[in-house]
Design a protein around this ligand. Sequence first.
Ligand code: ADP
Ligand code: ASP
Ligand code: MG
Length: 412
Amino acid sequence: MALIVQKFGGTSVGSVERIEQVAEKVRKFREGGDDIVVVVSAMSGETNRLIDLAKQISDQPVARELDVMVSTGEQVTIALLAMALIKRGVPAVSYTGNQVRILTDSAHTKARILQIDAQRIQQDLKAGRVVVVAGFQGVDEKGNITTLGRGGSDTTGVALAAALKADECQIYTDVDGVYTTDPRVVAKAQRLDKITFEEMLEMASLGSKVLQIRAVEFAGKYSVPLRVLHSFQEGPGTLITLDEEESMEQPIISGIAFNRDEAKLTIRGVPDTPGVAFKILGPISAANVEVDMIVQNVAHDNTTDFTFTVHRNDYNSALQVLHTIASEMGAREVIGDTDIAKVSIVGVGMRSHAGVASRMFEALAKENINIQMISTSEIKVSVVIEEKYLELAVRALHTAFELDAPASNTAE
Ligand code: ADP
Ligand code: ASP
Ligand code: MG
């Protein structure tokens, strides 16, 4: 008998009918003899609706109160699913994050899980109950409700699987696995049977929202077997694996990720003296703004241009800080651009193959797409381009790296 943690995302519990379908699925698993802990998200659209409500009161709602409110979305779903299970004769009980005691730090809206008390859940499992836990939420030491960041139910699922030493964590969603790129953007995307934790971590951090990055981090750290599957279609899904060997038989590039959430800022004509980067990025970091890509140009006339990207939510505060720095440093001008997108190719195969970046640049050049910034690591190459070319770029790269599915397998 195995212990399985199953997480169902927003669209999979988006209506009462779907919740009944999930209950039916869980019932069948239970009949098979496995112990089941289910983690659910809020019904699709609900978290956005709640955030919109808060924004009607204030542009920047107090984070603690926002957490009190957005955590209610998941509380509704756990109760509905537990009811649907009980109706089917399956003993079940629902718990909020606080009731389990999913202890987090106090960083409201982006809290990290510190510890999970597995005792209560274990007692319920022993008594033959299915335990339904609210995703995305926890409680800090002082008893304040916290949330784990958008997509955080994935992390609840994996963290519970780690705490309970589950045999597998299954992430059920509205696609049948992890694809070479978002299948909603590229019809020729292909499902991967396996992807390494390392690659999945890059894909998630570079914008593939199929798994929350912290969930992948957790799974890697605690060796939780993790699988992404379709909620209502049969199939093997995608296994996230530690095993690099087998993946290396796959193409050099495993996937293409993209992100429209960034904005670019440039400060032009700053004196090219030691400490320039610190003078610019020190105040940016002091304003709690995280910087992603950075480019400093070769100096010309003893001055240089300095460009970096930040999350679009932080664009206005970063721009304000940069204007202050520019006048202090006597810089020529500050330029901002929100119409950008980042496209990244990811693959452990890059380690053993040369010329991957140039193949990427060639494919973009053929489409006349201008590259504004580049950054590389051992297993990824990212470029910043104009946002309007994003889909074209992703499709071109998908073809250039031979990731396209054979014509018979696509919806096109
Ligand atoms: P859930 O509500 O179940 O958590 P999400 O919307 O968070 O679902 O994640 C699933 C979505 O992730 C898919 O509908 C798909 O559009 C998107 N996605 C982005 N990149 C990928 C990828 N590489 N493989 C599969 N899905 C992806
Ligand atoms: N309901 C939360 C969100 O929409 C958490 C999740 O779905 O994983 O981000
Ligand atoms: Mg999600």
